[in-house]
Design a protein around this ligand. Structure first.
Ligand SMILES: NC(=O)c1ccc[n+]([C@@H]2O[C@H](COP(=O)([O-])OP(=O)(O)OC[C@H]3O[C@@H](n4cnc5c(N)ncnc54)[C@H](O)[C@@H]3O)[C@@H](O)[C@H]2O)c1
Length: 343
């Protein structure tokens, strides 16, 4: 049992914010819900009264009132930067949902504000908490499939029937390969390192009334001569998946965040001398939005003053790869180096 509980203020209780509240409640040994904020008054009241905590409609009023240690930003991507910088300047720890922002300039401002505050800043790249992906990374790191030579991941979703309209804002654009594709990008960065070059092609044939491309393919050069590819589709006519394939010199792993198992293929010779690659199934929990694990990591990092694995720079550099993909696609597939900011 920790000596102190971290008090969380959840901002944005529309969709994923409710999962963050549950994540806080599940970690009651280290975390507690201090207040909620949503600029839709009925929502703010519903969750404030429901959890018997103060509630706010105005973010800045909440900052002024205080009574918490960490701000959790689960608001539209386009306002992350403004609220994150303000929370840092007011001296709070910040857990910001992915993607940090849509531009590297905004990411840099967030990193600078976090550095200046001396507080913790976590980016919520939740694929790093999905049990299947954690297991796959452990197998790769342990050398179970030899050396990687090709990694690929996809973010296949259908946004056609999603209600919140900020994703299709025609003025403050939310590029799909940054907003959703950041999951696949971040997963590959986590496993294979930072790509040095990105070549992308994109089109828009399904969500034709959207202001951004709905399909992007980006191929990338990773360190150690590993090549990689992400597919980000937000008009995909199938159920959501993040199918991911990791190819190594001694084996192959296929996994996603929707299956109760991951598959690893490795060489074997049968009794009659036949070369085979039998599939070994490894059971894993399905927990594709494991925000409770993020809350726990954040609370423990604050209590113990330890570094965060997915900090503001990790979030920024995942955005940098997405930006390179958008720019490359606009130039017909020309290679673009991601505009990384370094920690
Ligand atoms: N990790 C993941 O897999 C994952 C999944 C879904 C969403 N997200 C991210 O979480 C964030 C929220 O997404 P969502 O799907 O929950 O969106 P949502 O629209 O369902 O919820 C956002 C909430 O923020 C509120 N809000 C908007 N402006 C505000 C303001 N100025 N002050 C206070 N509240 C405000 C809205 O009223 C709404 O209730 C986004 O950044 C999104 O990219 C991440």
């Amino acid at each position: 049992m920790a000596e102190k509980k971290v008090r969380f203020a959840v901002v944005g209780v529309g969709g994923l914010g409710q999962a963050h509240i549950q994540g806080i409640l599940k970690n009651s040994d280290v975390a507690e819900l201090a207040c909620v904020c949503d600029n839709v008054p009925d929502l703010a009241r519903k969750f404030g009264e429901g959890h018997k905590v103060p509630y706010y409609v105005d973010f800045y009023e909440m900052l002024k009132a205080g009574g918490f240690d960490c701000v959790v930003l689960v608001t539209p991507d386009q306002i992350h930067r403004e609220h994150a910088v303000a929370a840092c300047e007011a001296g709070y720890h910040v857990l910001c949902e992915k993607p940090l922002a849509q531009s590297i300039e905004d990411c840099r401002l967030m990193a600078e504000a976090a550095e200046k505050s001396g507080k913790k800043f976590m980016t919520g790249q939740v694929c790093r908490k999905a049990p299947g992906f954690i297991k796959a990374k452990q197998l790769v790191d342990a050398g179970e499939i030899g050396e990687l030579f090709f990694v690929e991941s996809e973010y296949a979703h259908d946004y056609q029937f999603l209600k919140p309209l900020w994703r299709k804002d025609p003025v403050n654009l939310r590029y799909s390969v940054i907003g959703g594709g950041c999951h696949a990008i971040d997963l590959l960065r986590w496993i294979a390192g930072d790509p040095t070059s990105v070549m992308a092609l994109a089109n828009r044939k399904v969500l034709t009334d959207w202001p951004v491309d709905d399909c992007t393919i980006a191929i990338m050069q990773f360190p150690n001569n590993v090549v990689g590819k992400i597919f980000c589709g937000i008009g995909v006519k199938r159920n959501y998946t993040m199918r991911t394939c990791l190819y190594g010199t001694k084996g192959t792993i296929i996994c996603d965040n929707q299956s109760p198992e991951i598959t690893i293929y490795r060489h074997a010779v049968t009794d009659n001398g036949k070369h085979m690659y039998p599939d070994q199934k490894i059971p894993v929990d399905i927990n594709h939005h494991n925000v409770g694990a993020e809350i726990r990591d954040m609370a423990l990092a604050i209590i113990n003053d330890t570094p965060l694995e997915c900090d503001v720079y990790q979030g920024a550099n995942t955005v940098a790869v997405g930006i390179a993909a958008v720019e490359s696609a606009a130039k017909g597939g020309m290679p673009v180096p991601p505009p990384y900011i370094r920690g």
